[in-house]
Write a protein that binds this ligand. Structure first.
Ligand SMILES: NCc1[nH]cc(CCC(=O)O)c1CC(=O)O
Length: 320
């Protein structure tokens, strides 16, 4: 009997759920596996905004190091937490079928608003993502945006304790944890854009491990790979990781087919550049680069320049 395939994963509830999903897909292919769990820097530092920590791959570096060293056979990540460039020797061997990529509106008890628009003036909205903050401030400059960090469970607890009136969380994370009933409403593209790759679980492997690659690539979902490739190539072209106010989403539009939508917004929400482009299904990465070029030229460059000058760490790849 061969040894079980070792899957590296963070130890948060969401990460464990995602790793178990990979394990059960492998089991369906007759492959036995076990989980190797990690508590990462991003999980340990809970008192600072992620954008202020400013280290590369806060949630991913330790898993990647052990995978490279052969202590695990693959690692499972939320795609949106992964820097856009693969570390040398590793690549994304499988992208699982995407869950709902939208952000969800969640409220504390006593709040009757069912959408952002219905929130009373000056209400407190929690998020730790610059992308969500920027879009919030653009839509509702009167709201007070509050830092809200921690795992999904921790964030919900802080909401329920009344630290904030409402918050924005990824619908995919809530649903995976069986917390879909907490979703009051969903924020739709193209008006509101999630993180590039949001809702997609990625499996990382060593390029050199051919036998493992053959096993793991069976889990890849081609339509998901197409859309997230377009979204992440846009992000890569704009030199941003997840800690930049860049949103992206792909919509299947009857007239145009798959359309890539994106926004670059200043953190104060005062300036935003948005655009959309049909995805070339034969070269989705080229479509991502082209939309990035258009947004850059249409004022995105100035927004990113300003951001670099004020928050030097922000434009390093990171996670949120
Ligand atoms: N920021 C952490 C994170 N990374 C991935 C998800 C959700 C699951 C996914 O996007 O696949 C979340 C939670 C959230 O943003 O609310």
């Amino acid at each position: 009997m061969t040894a079980p395939l070792r899957i590296g994963t963070r130890s948060s509830e969401l990460a464990l759920f995602q790793a178990r999903q990979v394990a059960s897909l492998l089991a369906a292919h007759g492959v036995e596996s076990e989980l190797v769990t990690y508590t990462t820097i991003g999980d340990r530092i809970l008192d600072k905004p992620l954008s202020a920590i400013g280290e590369k791959g806060l949630f991913t570096a330790e898993l990647e190091a052990d995978l490279l060293a052969g202590r695990t056979d693959c690692a499972v990540h939320s795609l949106k937490d992964l820097p856009t460039a693969d570390p040398a020797g590793l690549f994304l061997v499988a992208l699982l079928e995407r869950e709902d990529p939208r952000d969800a509106f969640v409220t504390r008890p006593g709040i009757t608003a069912t959408t952002l628009a219905e929130l009373p003036e000056g209400a407190k909205v929690g998020t730790s993502s610059l992308r969500r903050r920027a879009q919030l401030r653009a839509l509702r400059p009167d709201l007070e945006v509050c830092e809200l960090r921690g795992n999904v469970g921790t964030r919900l607890r802080k909401i329920d304790e009344g630290q904030v009136d409402a918050a924005l969380l990824a619908a995919a994370g809530l649903r995976r944890l069986g917390l879909g009933h907490r979703i009051v409403s969903l924020l739709n593209a193209p008006e509101w854009l999630g993180a590039p790759g949001q809702g997609c679980i990625a499996v990382q492997a060593r390029v050199s491990d051919e036998a493992m690659v053959r096993v793991l690539q069976q889990l890849d979902h081609a339509p998901t790979r197409l859309t997230v490739t377009a979204e992440r190539s846009l992000l890569a072209s704009l030199e941003g990781g997840c800690q930049v106010p860049i949103g992206a989403a792909t919509l299947d539009e009857p007239e145009y087919g798959l359309m890539l939508h994106a926004i670059i917004a200043s953190v104060d929400g005062e300036t935003a550049v948005r655009g959309g482009l049909p995805i070339n299904v034969n070269d989705p990465a080229a479509s991502g680069r082209e939309l990035a070029r258009q947004l850059h030229a249409a004022g995105g460059a100035a927004i990113l320049e300003e951001l670099r000058a004020t928050t030097p760490n922000v434009l390093k790849d990171g996670a949120q």
